[in-house]
Every structure is written in structure tokens, then in C-alpha cells.
Design a protein around this ligand. Structure first.
Ligand code: 5GP
Length: 205
């Protein structure tokens, strides 16, 4: 593991874009890159695991954590609360791990505002009709919720100017390649390479 502090990759996308699948595949393929586990008040879904997909907490516990300043950012999304832990994030970054935060646009804006260096990536669906078709084909949500998600998607896409990169999820493998390229490029930035560069430069003296 690197002795340098890790960096934050903030990934946002409208509901139904497939960001969770992309993020999981990304961390599977890239060494020393992990997924942050958020806290949420929403109920656990079939197939999810507490402490892996999310830390599932009561509204009271979430509020207490928020009041203690335990979150770097938090947001209310579709009537439930979600937040990123300061302690978990700090511990992992300090150990040199790069972290992916899959959070909504409000959370991403809060991370930028708090001054923590981060790389913002917005994942777009190929088009509005494709997103609508994907949300309907999941068919787990009632019509009213699908409309709400589509309206939210419109508002979220209007905020993509705040991000550094855009990835279109037209095809999973291609989109994951694009995400990997972003991580690799960010790791090769001169500032990020400073320690290694200094050692190489010294070897020339
Ligand atoms: P879901 O309940 O479908 O897993 O997630 C709903 C939305 O909440 C997604 O847009 C997801 O990115 C967002 N989300 C998940 N964790 C966090 C978090 O810690 N902070 C914020 N701001 N959004 C989150």
C-alpha cells in the first residue's frame, strides 16, 4: 500500500444509470481502490448486506451522528437520509487507499464545498428515453416513483458542470474502461507522483 494519502473519486448519476454496477466493477479491477460505505436510514433491500452495501441506521441514530459532525456530507434522497462518515473516510485515506464515493449531486457539492480535494465524475445515461426505459424495466417502482426519479434526473443533469469528468453508460465494459482511465490518469498527475519523481530525479544526481 502507498505511503501517500489516498484520493477521493466522487461518482454521481441519476437513479437508473447503473452507477453502482460500474463502481463495483471499477473497484474490482483497480488495485488499491475501495468503495466507501455510506450510512442510510432506508430499509435494507433483498440481497444487500449491512456494513457492506450500507450501514443501515435508524433516523434517530442518523440525526445524532449528523449533530456530532460525524458526516463529511449528508443528503436527503427520495425521503431517506444518506451520509458519508468522516472517521471511515479519514482512516482509509490516511492508509493510502483511494476511495470511490457514490453519492448524489447534493453530497458531491458538499464535498467540494468542504475543501477536501476530490475528483468528480458524472455518469450519464445515453439519453432520457433510455433512462426512462431502464427505470421501467426494473419495474420494482410504482409509476409515481418512476416519474419522481425522472424529474430528479432532469435536475441532477443540470448540475453536471460542477464535475471534472463525464462518462456515458451506453455499454458497461466501455464505461468501466473510461472510469479506469480516469483513475489511472489522476494517479499519474505530476503532483500525485511527487514522491516517486523526487527519488528518480535524485538517482540522476
Ligand atoms: P439507493 O438507495 O438507491 O442505494 O441510493 C439512492 C441515492 O442516494 C443514490 O443517488 C446514491 O448515490 C445516493 N447516496 C448513497 N449514499 C450516499 C451518501 O452517503 N451521501 C449522499 N449524498 N448520497 C448518497
Amino acid at each position: 500500500m502507498s505511503s501517500d494519502r489516498g484520493r477521493l473519486f466522487v461518482v454521481s448519476a441519476p437513479s437508473g444509470t447503473g452507477k453502482t454496477t460500474l463502481a463495483r466493477e471499477l473497484v474490482r479491477l483497480v488495485p488499491n481502490l475501495g468503495l466507501s460505505t455510506s450510512y442510510t436510514t432506508r430499509p435494507i433491500r433483498a440481497g444487500e448486506r449491512d456494513g457492506v452495501d450500507y450501514h443501515y441506521v435508524t433516523a434517530e441514530r442518523f440525526q445524532a451522528m449528523r449533530d456530532e459532525g460525524a458526516f463529511i456530507e449528508w443528503a436527503e434522497v427520495f425521503g431517506r437520509f444518506y451520509g458519508t462518515s468522516v472517521a471511515d473516510t479519514e482512516r482509509r485515506l490516511a492508509a493510502g487507499e483511494d476511495l470511490v464515493l457514490v453519492i448524489d449531486v447534493q453530497g458531491a457539492a458538499a464535498v467540494r464545498a468542504c475543501g477536501m480535494p476530490s475528483v468528480g465524475i458524472f455518469v450519464l445515461p445515453p439519453s432520457f428515453p433510455v433512462l426512462e426505459a431502464r427505470l421501467r424495466s426494473r419495474s420494482r417502482d410504482p409509476e409515481e416513483q418512476i416519474r419522481c426519479r425522472l424529474e430528479t434526473a432532469r435536475r441532477e443533469i443540470a448540475r453536471l458542470d460542477g464535475y471534472d469528468y463525464v462518462v456515458v453508460n451506453d455499454e458497461v465494459d466501455r464505461a468501466v474502461d473510461c472510469l479506469r482511465a480516469i483513475v489511472i490518469a489522476e494517479r499519474a498527475r505530476r503532483e500525485a507522483m511527487a514522491g516517486q519523481v523526487a527519488a528518480i530525479v535524485r538517482s540522476f544526481e
